[in-house]
Design a protein around this ligand. Structure first.
Ligand code: 5GP
Ligand code: MN
Length: 327
């Protein structure tokens, strides 16, 4: 499915006319959310625009080294002074985790690559073919003839690197590598980025991985693999909740597994669920049914109940989705 409601050029022209821009992304941000926000913020500032970037969650440590990351505010500034509220890597007000109700639709622009999302704003660019929102931001900045300095290029490279699992997931396209090529031309050092992202782990995180892997269960005849992160494990290891963000890749890597699940205990009877698919099952629909969302092969949601209930709810939804995919 490819949904482009507006072209890159239309969004670029619109942004050229904007003066005061507030950039927001989804809460619990990943490298694409933050990388896109920073790349766009720095790019727009080159044109003398007043740009503020905000996110409801603090920037994860893994990407906090990006230039400008420290300037992303976690409180929503008064929106009155902004002619444009730019949503990146999400296209719905609620996903930001901020209360944006009552702000006229016309003030928004949204740029995203997630399927099954409505979009808000005077311009809505949703390209589900794009591997990362960072790819779309790069296209827009090129269309605006922005001077893409190394700091901007690095932010966008991190965005693309994150959402493609280092150019490995099935969303990786020729376009993804072309984008990377342009970014390397602008001074990105891939080895340096990799060292920041994966060669700089805290020992608490690796200790947590040990705990989490010991919870591995194979369900539905080995088609589904689950792992759990409990509050207790975080206490025991001294790790923080976001330390487990990509642990779902371990159950995913098991031979024969079609869907991998990571359940993270949030406290107050809630679990954050990360879902990853190796086959054609549509996880964006599964997650949506559970009140979340995401992509076909990578989605998430928050579910309530005991661990047992949460797992049962999830396995029911997955069974149905896998049956649908097979038929
Ligand atoms: P993760 O498992 O890394 O948290 O999320 C995987 C994908 O699903 C990401 O693209 C993320 O944006 C999306 N996602 C995760 N949780 C939610 C949610 O609660 N709502 C929506 N709409 N998308 C989510
Ligand atoms: Mn993304």
């Amino acid at each position: 499915m490819k949904t482009i409601k507006r072209t890159i050029a239309e969004v670029a022209r619109d942004l050229e006319g904007a003066a005061n821009i507030l950039i927001l992304s989804h809460e619990n941000p990943d490298g694409d959310a933050i990388g896109s926000s920073l790349g766009m913020a720095m790019g727009l500032r080159e044109f003398g625009k007043n740009v503020v970037a905000a996110n409801a969650t603090v920037v994860p440590e893994r990407i906090s080294w990006l230039v400008g990351a420290g300037e992303i505010v976690t409180e929503l500034p008064s929106t009155r002074g902004f002619d444009t509220i730019l949503l990146l890597d999400c296209a719905e007000r609620e996903r930001t985790g901020f209360d944006l109700s009552g702000i006229p639709e016309e003030r928004f622009i949204s740029i995203d690559h997630h399927p099954n999302t409505a979009g808000v704003g005077r311009k809505i660019l949703i390209d589900t073919q794009a591997a990362a929102t960072g790819e779309l931001v790069l296209e827009i900045l090129l269309e605006m003839s922005a001077n893409i300095e190394t700091a901007i290029a690095t932010a966008l490279y991190v965005a693309i690197h994150t959402d493609t699992g280092g150019f490995n997931y099935s969303n990786t396209t020729r376009m993804t590598h072309m984008s990377a090529s342009i970014l390397l031309d602008r001074g990105v050092d891939p080895a340096e980025v990799h060292r920041h992202l994966f060669g700089n782990e805290r020992r608490e995180r690796v200790a947590l991985l040990g705990e989490v892997l010991s919870t591995l269960e194979l369900e539905l005849g080995g088609r589904v693999a689950t792992c759990v992160v409990t509050k207790k494990m975080l206490e025991k290891t001294g790790a923080s909740p976001e330390d487990s963000d990509d642990f779902v890749s371990y159950p995913r890597s098991i031979r024969g597994v079609e869907v991998a699940v990571l359940l993270k205990e949030q406290g107050d009877g809630k679990y954050r669920v990360s879902l990853r698919a190796n086959t054609d099952v549509d996880l964006s629909l599964v997650a949506k049914k559970l009140g979340g969302g995401g992509h076909k092969k990578a989605a998430g949601a928050t579910i309530s109940g005991s661990m047992k209930e949460a797992t049962a709810t999830l396995l029911d939804a997955l069974t149905e989705a896998m049956e649908r995919a097979a038929s």
